[in-house]
Design a protein around this ligand. Structure first.
Ligand SMILES: C[S@@+](CC[C@H](N)C(=O)[O-])C[C@H]1O[C@@H](n2cnc3c(N)ncnc32)[C@H](O)[C@@H]1O
Length: 248
């Protein structure tokens, strides 16, 4: 029994936590809601909402089968009876059938965000809402400033500019039919002893390194690492926002 507690204790990526907190601080918690967690990943938000909303039905949707297996293990361990798992990249649900859609760090990862948001609009009932969190332009600006100093390129500028902005996200939500607003905006810091620590970190390698290598290649990234090491501690700012979109 104690081993099972330990197995399930660290149950979400640290990267996901501050964004998830923004959603959890603002999400409407009502009895009996039908909730979709879109791009649920390993489903910490699914699990929280299933427990925090009495008599809710929570549907976790994600095409990543491995993550859904992890979520299923957590659902079994916690004996949650109100969670459904759907391995898919589209919402196969009736129109006007959902009270709330949440999506933590989904929008930057969807191939076709405009279509996904239109689908969210379709499945929500009138008065229903979508809460989504995302990192924003300005993300890790300190790292990109050094990258640009060492190896300026159009590819780097495009990579940086591709990140979500507040206005761009509001536009996307409005184009899907929603009345949209910013519920919360904040920043947090990720600190590393030096460039080598940053570039060796497991989550940086998992989530970011391939993109950086694609921009400039290994030799350029080595030069960025050396310059960061010369400067000492690396403290990266991550701007985060939570948006609310209402289907009127
Ligand atoms: C950065 S992860 C976030 C996972 C989780 N929400 C979290 O905060 O830890 C983005 C997730 O979106 C999923 N995803 C990508 N395209 C999707 C789509 N069209 N529909 C639903 N999920 C999608 C990915 O498989 C991945 O699990």
């Amino acid at each position: 029994m104690e081993d099972q507690v330990a197995d399930n204790y660290d149950e979400l990526p640290l990267w996901s936590a501050p964004f998830g907190q923004l959603i959890l601080e603002h999400v409407p918690l009502k009895r009996g809601q039908t909730i979709v967690d879109l791009g649920a990943g390993t489903g910490f938000l699914t699990v929280e909402l299933a427990q925090r909303s009495a008599a809710a039905r929570v549907i976790a949707v994600d095409p990543w089968a491995g993550a859904m297996q992890v979520l299923q293990r957590k659902v079994d361990y916690l004996r949650l009876t109100n969670v459904e798992l759907v391995i898919a990249s589209q919402l196969d649900l009736p129109s006007d059938s959902v009270d709330l859609v949440v999506s933590n760090l989904g929008i930057n990862n969807f191939d076709n965000p405009a279509t996904v948001l239109q689908e969210c609009y379709r499945v929500l009932r009138p008065g229903g809402r979508l809460l989504l969190s995302t990192n924003l332009a300005g993300h890790m600006a300190e790292f990109y400033a050094v990258f640009r100093e060492v190896r300026p390129s159009e590819a780097l500028d495009e990579h940086v500019a591709h990140r979500a902005t507040v206005d761009g996200t509001l536009d996307l939500l409005q184009q899907a039919g929603f009345t949209a607003s910013v519920l919360a905006q904040t920043t947090f810091k990720m600190r590393f002893a030096d460039g080598t620590a940053l570039l060796s970190h497991y989550f940086i390698r998992l989530g970011f390194l391939d993109g950086w290598l694609a921009i400039a290649g290994q030799e350029a990234l080595d030069a960025v690492e050396q310059e960061l090491n010369r400067r000492g501690e690396v403290s990266l700012t991550v701007p985060a926002a939570c948006f609310e979109a209402v289907k009127d």
